[in-house]
Design a binder for this molecule. Structure first.
Ligand code: HEC
Ligand code: HEC
Length: 502
């Protein structure tokens, strides 16, 4: 091992000993010592680590690997939990329809919307599909959303941004997100056009890679011009696995990683965001910019922004209609007095949440393969682990029993990093700047295409392979990316093999 690698591994061992022991008010002294021991980064790459095949602890699914592999419940879910999961599954898959309709329990879609079901974007509980790289073969997919924001112009907006009551200032007419569909009789907001420019990257050993650099444009605007200074942030639907376990990581462990020195000038920052249930400002965890604190709140936001359906947390029946879109409020909505106040009443919302926090992470494959182990060593040596932090032990006091005190391997620090100009979209969200992204978990990433053969990687799906995803890394991750470029072709292949085994 070279000197740099040894230095990185030593620094990591020190940092993670802190991460596991400070501030864990859910653990006894004895537990803390045990947790620090099992979560310390390995220095032995000659064999797999204990429990490495089970990335989600007792919740890991060992079901057969096929296109359904992201759709199984946590293996340790109770019988009642499984019943709720099944109902939630039905709601995640079902197509909602506009009101009025004869199927009263399924209506209320829109007036503006991006898709009719959760599953339309989260393909088989995995990632969504981008409309395609070839302009001649572009599909009409819906899974790439466009967030819209404008710079603050009033003191009120500036105050709301500063106090965290507004994550960003929405476009005054079009709102926080472009909805490309609408109910009959109402114009949709517009459509997204993408152009890709190929950029060649030279790699050590005579290899090359071609990255696809996107530019985005909005066309067919349905409600007049947008503000000239509008900033847009395209986001692809993320995989749904392991989310309850990510929610059960103790904030002290996440904040310890923000404080630790990881080398390479890497310093993750937490995002702070508003919890709608408590009104408090809490650690953000979900979405590409860690802008939502809980799976429940993100799921309710999806019902509202993506489908135009009201829930207890987002009570407007008109979803994302803005005041400037008055015709939107003349459309019928789907709330039924005999079914409750909201189009998606609390009981149904709870089923969807139970489902969304319990999609299981699949078992690892080939952990003892010599090439995979060599790739794992390279992953540590290249300092990918500074952000893609391998292991945690979840809280003993997590809200749901199945998520408590599990040794998990998500490969994320849940923190924001400046990833450089190449990936920046200039849209800030709560504390996250336009160039900052949350480190995405890598568990299950090797099965991405087993679940959705057309899936691609990164926040806007621009990377057509795992290698391309790594080559887009810049900013704080520039040094790690440069080490991959400098690897021999065999080493790069091993690194990718390791990722594919996750
Ligand atoms: C129109 C496409 C679309 C639909 C429909 C949709 N989602 Fe999503 N989902 C996304 C996108 C895009 C993101 C990432 C958003 C971001 O980064 O701001 C996301 C993120 C999420 C996340 C966070 C995942 C993570 O790893 O942080 C959850 C949970 C989620 N969606 C649940 C749901 C549920 C439940 C539904 C149905 C009620 C739903 N989504 C419907 C596109 C969609
Ligand atoms: C400074 C922190 C940092 C370092 C170091 C880093 N990553 Fe990442 N990684 C990220 C962030 C943040 C993203 C998401 C960027 C985006 O979507 O625009 C990401 C995305 C990825 C993705 C795509 C994930 C997805 O869901 O689409 C892969 C694969 C990946 N990283 C692998 C690696 C490897 C391999 C290394 C080491 C060579 C590495 N990363 C080093 C922060 C980091």
């Amino acid at each position: 091992m070279n000197k740099l690698a040894v230095a990185i591994l030593t620094a990591l061992a020190a940092a993670s000993a802190v991460a596991a022991s400070d501030g864990r008010d859910d653990l006894t002294e004895e537990d803390r010592a045990r947790v620090a021991k099992v979560t310390a980064p390995t220095r032995d790459f000659s064999a797999p680590e204990s429990f490495e095949t089970l990335p989600a602890g007792a919740g890991t699914t060992r079901k057969m690997i096929n296109a359904d592999i992201f759709s199984h419940p946590s293996a340790n879910l109770t019988f009642e939990g499984r019943q709720e999961f099944l109902v939630g599954n039905g709601l995640f898959r079902k197509d909602w329809v506009s009101s009025p309709s004869s199927t009263q329990a399924s209506d209320g879609l829109g007036p503006l919307f991006n898709a009719r079901s959760c599953q339309a974007c989260h393909t088989k509980d995995g990632r969504g599909t981008v409309p395609g790289f070839d302009p001649l073969e572009r599909s009409d997919t819906v899974a790439l959303l466009l967030r819209l924001s404008v710079p603050a112009t009033t003191d009120e907006q500036r105050q709301q941004l500063a106090s965290g009551h507004l994550p960003f200032v929405p476009e005054p007419v079009y709102g926080v997100q472009l909805q490309n569909f609408s109910v009959a009789g109402l114009p949709s907001e517009g459509s997204l056009e993408i152009e890709y420019e190929p950029v060649t990257v030279q790699l050590n050993g005579g290899e090359t890679a071609t990255l696809m650099k996107p530019t985005y444009r909005i066309e067919n605007l349905g409600y007049g011009p947008m503000r000239k200074d509008v900033q847009i942030s395209p986001r692809i639907a993320q995989p749904m696995i392991g989310l309850g376990l990510l929610e059960a990581i103790h904030p002290a462990d996440i904040l310890a990683n923000a404080a630790a020195d990881h080398g390479d000038g890497i310093s993750g920052r937490p995002n702070w965001t508003r919890d709608r249930r408590t009104g408090e400002r809490v650690l953000g965890r979900f979405n590409w910019k860690a802008s939502q604190p809980t799976v429940e709140q993100q799921s309710a936001a999806a019902f509202s922004n993506d489908m135009g359906l009201s829930t207890p947390l987002f009570p407007s029946h008109y979803g994302e209609c803005t005041k400037a879109q008055s015709a939107c409020f003349d459309m019928p909505h789907g709330a039924q007095p005999h079914l409750g106040e909201h189009e998606v009443p609390a009981e149904l919302m709870d089923f969807v949440t139970t489902y969304s926090v319990n999609l299981a992470v699949p078992q690892r494959r080939d952990v003892d393969d010599a090439r995979v182990l060599a790739g794992k060593k390279l992953f540590y040596e290249a300092n990918c682990v500074a952000c893609h932090v391998p292991k945690y032990v979840t809280r003993r006091d997590a809200a749901r029993e199945e998520h408590r005190f599990q040794l998990i391997w998500p490969y994320t620090d849940m923190l924001l990093h400046d990833m450089g100009e190449g990936l920046a979209d200039q849209v800030s969200e709560d504390e996250a700047s336009g160039s900052e992204w949350r480190t995405p978990p890598l568990w299950g990433i090797g099965l991405t295409r087993t679940v959705n053969p057309n899936a691609t990687w990164l926040h806007d799906g621009r990377a057509r392979s795992l290698l391309e995803a790594v080559l887009w890394h810049g900013g704080e991750a520039q040094a790690a990316r440069d080490r991959v470029v400098a690897m021999t072709p065999e080493e790069r292949a091993d690194l990718i093999r390791f990722l594919e085994s996750l």
